[in-house]
Design a protein. Structure first.
Length: 316
């Protein structure tokens, strides 16, 4: 069933009363793979991916600005302290939650750009089926859980890198539960939002012009790594590999579910552990700061996950 969906869009015509994000695309003359879904409705014009990408960039900037302004207003009302640079101090948990929220809000920006600029159902960014395939997402989550747990567990046993992180001091029950709650609430949306922008919008924007999946996948993988900042060459390489593998998984399975599942569990488990450490969620370290030993663990695990998902996709 899944492989059938990877090459076909739904044949149901949209109803005027349906919300934009639930409408399905009319069938194109020929079935289109995921990276070509921007052309699925026949409204594609060469300029739409460019304008749409500009709208996404402006929209992302605006939602992050809205979160910042909301934080400033709330800080003034609650009389929150400021640091030496004049920035509001919400503490590690609060600052981390605001950062996650500002990224999570990218999802509606991408969906609206697909609907308004490219004049196609917003659900075609999720998959060729016109929306997230929840059963498939659940199966991918089941595969990703042991892989992400094993990767994190092995990484914790590795010798400490030269880059010092937070000391391993118990945060306390109340801070741990509060931090864990914020992580569980926001990380799924934050990780999914990054997938919607990079493996979703950018892959389909390039795919609107190019038939080759590789041409569609490579630029977003490089931009994905760059968006995490420059830490170490090893960390940058790891993020590029992650972007390439999840990008190809997205095209081969016809949707973002496999990429979202792995990204969500990677972030959820890592931040869950950090919430148990005093000051852990205040750490500015990201995947870009990986050393070569962590990359040597992470890359094979991501490849293993991809192999299992593709095997399951063929069986379905």
């Amino acid at each position: 069933m899944l492989m059938h969906m990877t090459t076909h869009t739904l044949h149901e015509s949209p109803q005027p009363s349906d919300p934009a994000w639930t409408q399905t695309a009319p069938a194109p003359a020929q079935p289109l793979p995921y990276h070509r879904q921007a052309r699925a409705t026949g409204h594609h014009r060469w300029w739409r991916p460019l304008v749409g990408t500009g709208v996404v960039f402006v929209g992302v900037t605006l939602v992050m600005l809205v979160v910042l302004i909301g934080s400033e207003i709330a800080g003034a009302v609650l009389d929150r302290p400021r640091n030496d640079d004049g920035d509001l101090v919400w503490g590690g948990i609060g600052d981390n939650a605001l950062a996650l929220l500002s990224i999570a809000l990218w999802i509606p920006v991408v969906l609206l750009a697909a609907r308004w600029v490219q004049r196609r159902p917003a659900g075609t960014v999720s998959s060729v089926a016109g929306g997230l395939r929840w059963r498939w997402l659940g199966l991918c989550l089941a595969v990703a859980l042991p892989v992400a747990a094993a990767s994190l567990g092995i990484s914790l046993l590795l010798p400490e890198s030269e880059v010092s992180g937070p000391e391993l001091t118990w945060a306390g029950l109340s801070p741990f539960l509060l931090g864990l709650a914020s992580v569980c609430l926001l990380v799924p949306f934050q990780a999914a939002a990054e997938e919607y922008v990079f493996r979703g919008w950018l892959v389909q924007a390039v795919g609107a012009w190019c038939r080759s999946p590789w041409v569609a996948v490579i630029p977003q993988a490089l931009l994905f790594a760059a968006a995490h900042g420059w830490g170490t060459p090893w960390g940058f390489a790891d993020l590029v590999v992650f972007g390439l593998i999840t990008g190809l998984l997205t095209i081969r399975t016809g949707g973002l579910e496999a990429a979202i599942a792995l990204h969500v569990l990677n972030n959820l488990l890592a931040m869950g552990v950090m919430s148990a450490i005093a000051g852990g969620l205040a750490s500015e370290e990201t995947a870009a700061d990986m050393n070569w030993m962590m990359v040597a663990v992470d890359v094979p695990m991501v490849a293993l996950y991809a192999a299992v998902v593709l095997w399951l996709a063929r069986r379905r």
